[in-house]
Structures are given as structure tokens and as C-alpha cells.
Design a protein around this ligand. Structure first.
Ligand code: DON
Length: 306
């Protein structure tokens, strides 16, 4: 491995104060209860891992799940069907934006990383709502290599009770024929997908699969087709940090996806996976210290893909 444990620990200590610039979100009350001092990072390449901090602590994927649902929808339906419903362009707007939906003609969420696009993607996963949920959970278990991974029902319930904006986005999309069917059932799938719990070790493993062209680093099994892994990494670069994706590309240069839990999933095209948790978020809804530690690692070991 290119980095020793003490070196990772030192970079983490350097990034730690950046958590003080962030805030824990309160729009999902269960997330607001997260420990603001939680900080963990795991880097994985093939069978090797280097871990620092709270590497075994479980947290919900939140928007980091959007790359996983996109992979599944693309595997189920193919590029043509998926991109007829969801665009490929960055927004320059926050993750929960509704504005762009109204401006596009015909209406279509701009990309699969904002909430509207991710909800539309979840609707495209094959199966009934129950089957979608089970297939998403099974897919995360397979990517992370742990069949005990579960959904945090408490976080899901809390998000459900505060999901008016996602409901509004969904009804808007339904009225414009982007999505069909029962909105409450679809949102239940989307919220449960966001509430799947992993630790940094599992998140790094998922990152190493996506980074390594979709291949399981241990068994060599192709879990995601290479073309789909490439599409996902491209979205991570262009939209993974929402309207902070440009700055992140310049400072860090590693395909990554954030979640409002403070999760950060990194998938380097040379097969290095990163799993990071630090709950306080910056103004763009991305983990403040999480981004800093990834920037430190990337710059110290010249990992930028650009
Ligand atoms: O839909 C929501 O608002 C959350 N379940 C996920 C949002 C999220 O993680 C945004 N990312 N930073």
C-alpha cells in the first residue's frame, strides 16, 4: 500500500479541525443525533486496507447510495432507458433543487446525483417496491462483502416524517411523466436505500470495486460491468459533490460521492477505494473534514486523476 497507518493517522489529525467549520444537518432529526466528533477513514487496494479513527462505526449511506442505485438501474434497464428519464449534466444547484426540473423541457432531472434524479433512478430498478428494496440491500451486501448489512429503520422513519421536499419533487416528476406509480411506495424504497448502514471498511470496499472497473478485488468476479462502472465514476467527478464538484475536482481529483450523514465514498480508477465518515457538513452538504482528509491524501501521494 502507498500509505502507512501512521501517515494516514497524521493526515487525519491535520484534517480534524475542519469539522469545526461544518454543521450537522437538522432536516433529518435522526442524523442530527450523530456524534460530531466521529471521524474515520479506510483506504483499500486489493486485499490490503489501511484504517484510522472510527473505521468500524456504522452510519447510513444517504446520497452515497445514489451511485449504487444508478449501477443497478443501468444493469437492469440499460443506458438508453435510464438516460431518457435522467440527464447527464451537472446542475450548479444544491442536492435538493427543484428549480432545474421546471426549466428543462420536457421536464427531466439534470443528473442522477441530485435527489430528483436519484428518485427517478430508483423508480427504474426492476421489481415491485419490496423487490427493489431487497435487491438494493443485496447489491450493497455483495459490493461490501458482508451479508449482514442492514437498514437503519430509525433513520428511515425519521427521514420519512420530514420528506415533504422529496415528496414535492416526486409529485412534480409524476405530473411530468418522469416517474409513474405510487409515490409513497417509491419514496419508501429511496429512503430505505439512503438508510442502509455501512462502516468505513465496507464503504472503502465498495469504492475499490467501482474504482477497479466493477471487479471484486478479492474474488475477481465482475460485480458491475466495466462500462457502467465508468459511467458512475464520471458522474462522481462531475456531480458527486453537487455544486462543489468543480472545486473538489481541482483540489482532490478523485471520483467521490458524499452523503448528508457525513459519508464520503471514493473510487479511484486504479482500484483504490476510500470510505470516510465525519458528520459535520460544509455549506454544500459535503463532509467538511472528510473532504479535507481526502485532499491531504490525494495531494501528498499525487493521486489526482487529472
Ligand atoms: O434525500 C435526502 O435528502 C437524503 N436521504 C439524502 C441526501 C444527501 O445525502 C445529500 N448529500 N449530501
Amino acid at each position: 500500500m502507498f500509505i502507512a497507518q501512521q501517515e494516514l493517522q497524521a493526515l487525519m489529525e491535520k484534517a480534524k479541525p475542519y469539522a469545526e467549520n461544518g454543521n450537522i444537518p437538522d432536516y433529518i432529526p435522526a442524523l442530527h443525533e450523530m456524534d460530531e466528533n466521529l471521524f474515520g477513514i479506510v483506504i483499500r487496494k486489493d486485499n490490503e486496507i489501511v484504517a484510522a479513527g472510527d473505521a468500524d462505526h456504522r452510519f447510513t449511506l444517504q446520497s452515497a447510495s445514489k451511485v449504487i442505485s444508478l449501477a443497478l438501474a443501468l444493469m437492469d434497464k440499460g443506458e438508453e432507458v435510464v438516460f431518457k428519464k435522467v440527464g447527464m449534466e451537472p446542475t450548479g444547484d444544491p442536492f435538493n433543487t427543484i428549480q432545474a426540473l421546471e426549466e428543462e423541457e420536457p421536464s427531466k432531472p439534470l443528473n442522477p446525483m441530485i435527489n430528483a434524479g436519484a428518485i427517478a433512478v430508483t423508480s427504474l430498478i426492476a421489481g415491485s417496491p419490496e423487490e427493489k428494496k431487497r435487491r438494493l440491500l443485496d447489491f450493497v451486501r455483495e459490493l461490501a462483502d458482508n451479508n449482514k448489512i442492514s437498514i437503519c429503520e430509525k433513520t428511515a422513519q425519521s427521514e420519512w416524517e420530514h420528506s415533504d421536499l422529496n415528496k414535492a419533487l416526486s409529485y412534480f416528476m409524476k405530473s411530468h411523466n418522469v416517474i409513474h406509480g405510487h409515490i409513497d411506495e417509491l419514496l419508501d424504497v429511496y429512503i430505505k436505500q439512503c438508510s442502509i448502514q455501512v462502516n468505513c471498511k465496507e464503504l472503502a470496499r465498495i469504492g475499490s470495486v467501482i474504482g477497479g472497473n466493477g471487479k471484486d478485488p478479492v474474488s475477481g468476479r465482475q460485480l458491475i460491468p466495466p462500462r457502467i462502472a465508468a459511467i458512475i465514476k464520471t458522474f462522481m467527478v462531475t456531480c458527486g459533490m453537487y455544486n462543489a464538484s468543480g472545486e473538489f475536482a481541482i483540489r482532490v481529483g478523485i471520483p467521490a460521492k458524499s452523503g448528508v450523514s457525513g459519508a464520503l465514498l471514493g473510487a479511484h480508477p486504479n482500484g483504490i477505494g476510500f470510505g470516510i465518515i465525519s458528520p459535520p457538513l460544509n455549506e454544500y452538504g459535503n463532509s467538511a473534514a472528510g473532504i479535507k482528509v481526502l485532499e491531504e491524501v490525494s495531494q501528498t501521494y499525487t493521486l489526482s486523476i487529472f
